[in-house]
Design a binder for this molecule. Structure first.
Ligand SMILES: [Zn+2]
Length: 71
């Protein structure tokens, strides 16, 4: 479970969501305009954890279809 921050590229809104599993990640949508292709913002704290996890995780835990910024 993680608190993640997102930014909507359509209306510019930023918002936070508590993500418990991959399903939650896929259900994230902008609260202002409903846009689903929101971008996940990486905080310094999250980025530091991600680099630690990168060595043992081959891909994104979300399955690759999210907006977390990984190819
Ligand atoms: Zn929006």
């Amino acid at each position: 479970m993680a608190l993640r921050e997102y930014r909507c590229p359509k209306c510019g809104a930023t918002f936070e969501r508590i993500i418990r599993d991959a399903d939650d990640e896929h259900k994230v949508a902008c609260p202002e305009c409903g846009e689903r292709r929101v971008r996940r913002l990486i905080s310094r704290f999250a980025a530091a954890r991600a680099s630690n996890n990168a060595q043992r995780a081959e891909g994104c835990a979300c399955g690759g279809s999210c907006a977390c910024g990984r190819p």
